[in-house]
Write a protein that binds this ligand. Structure first.
Ligand SMILES: NC(=O)c1ccc[n+]([C@@H]2O[C@H](COP(=O)([O-])OP(=O)(O)OC[C@H]3O[C@@H](n4cnc5c(N)ncnc54)[C@H](OP(=O)(O)O)[C@@H]3O)[C@@H](O)[C@H]2O)c1
Length: 332
């Protein structure tokens, strides 16, 4: 199949310049790979916002198309197990970092990283999840594998109105956990309660102590912000509780002691959605289509934008002016 020309958001950078602009590309500009996909939707994750604005060193090559998520329809396939017309998604796998990503009307990728979607998941739903939903599910899957149960106490979710945070609140509540949502947005209390949080508080209202071992108040946590909050959450976690370490929205630093680990058996679980082994990746997508699919997906989906609006919304994400998930509609 020959495609004459299509639109993509391209970032060009050098040591002293950075520019993101919409361009018309041809098939020669795509990645190498055995599967060509017409992209219908992508999304904006925190990492994408850093890549588009140049505020984080995310992109490894120039020029490159950002967008760590994409979902669309297969138009060409050299792998017999991936059929033309099949609905598929790609999240992470260095897409939008090393390889061209989802802010493009077409993408070519290696089929070993491509997820054929369950019939119960539409392309739009797959991108409402995107890396954010996948990551929240991965956190829960790892915590459960390591013995987390609802009777160990409430789970704290920081950065709760963000993409990962919103899904974490909703999925945990759906599994019967008591959830404490921690957010800096005072006007989002109703939103977080509707997602299933039993309590919503600011970090200050949570009144975390700063010692090496503090009163055990929580069963565990999904932490999107890092820094002092993460260290304090570890010190407040109950016997054998798990903390999924996801993000660095506040800080990449961690100044903690070993006390919670050696005296309470607390586990700090590393989460790297980008590098999830393909077998686990497929398991997580199956759970997203079944037991972890939130009833309130529409509530978490906040905006659908065009490719032309990606730059503006990336700034908003970094300025903490958004919540939930922003979809990019490549067919608009
Ligand atoms: N490890 C992985 O595999 C993985 C995968 C996906 C994302 N991440 C990371 O996880 C984090 C969340 O990603 P996302 O895509 O969900 O981002 P997002 O939608 O932009 O949400 C981030 C949330 O963090 C909170 N926040 C932002 N700046 C903050 C600050 N300075 N101090 C405290 N809280 C702050 C805000 O929540 P409130 O306003 O509600 O407080 C914001 O909504 C990011 O750091 C991202 O890089 C990691």
């Amino acid at each position: 199949m020959t495609i004459d020309s299509f639109k993509a958001l391209r970032v060009h950078f050098s040591k002293d310049s950075y520019e993101a602009r919409i361009e018309n590309l041809t098939q020669d500009d795509l990645n190498e790979g055995d599967t060509l996909i017409e992209v219908h939707y992508s999304s904006i994750n925190y990492k994408d916002a850093l890549a588009v604005t140049g505020k984080g060193k995310i992109l490894k090559n120039s020029p490159l198309t950002p967008g760590i998520d994409s979902a669309g329809v297969v138009v060409e396939s050299k792998n017999p197990s991936i059929k033309i017309g099949e609905h598929v998604a790609i999240t992470g796998c260095n897409q939008g970092e090393v390889y061209n990503g989802g802010y493009s009307q077409y993408t070519r990728f290696d089929s070993k990283h491509i997820i054929p979607l369950e019939k119960s998941l539409s392309l739009k739903e797959a991108m409402i999840f995107g890396t954010a939903g996948f990551t929240a599910a991965l956190c829960i899957d790892r915590m459960e594998d390591n013995g987390q149960t609802p009777d160990m106490g409430p789970i704290v979710v920081t950065g709760a109105t963000g993409g990962v945070g919103s899904f974490a609140v909703s999925m945990l509540a759906g599994l019967g956990y008591e959830v404490i949502a921690v957010s800096g947005k005072k006007d989002k209390v109703d939103y977080l309660k509707e997602l299933g949080a039993s309590k919503v508080s600011s970090l200050e209202e949570l009144s975390l102590d700063s010692g090496p071992l503090c009163k055990a108040r929580f069963g565990g946590a999904i932490d999107n912000i890092g820094g002092d909050a993460l260290a304090s959450l570890m010190a407040h976690t109950n016997l054998w509780g798990n903390i999924a370490c996801v993000g660095l929205a506040a800080s990449h630093k961690l100044d903690a002691t070993v006390m919670p680990m050696i005296l309470r058996g607390v586990s700090l679980l590393g989460i790297s959605s980008n590098n999830t082994p393909d077998q686990r990746r497929r398991k997580i997508w199956q759970r997203l289509a079944t037991d972890l699919k939130p009833k309130n997906l529409d509530l978490i989906h906040s905006h659908t934008i065009s490719l032309e609006e990606v730059k503006k919304y990336s700034e908003k994400v970094l300025n903490r002016q958004t919540s939930g998930r922003i979809l990019v509609d490549l067919k608009s």
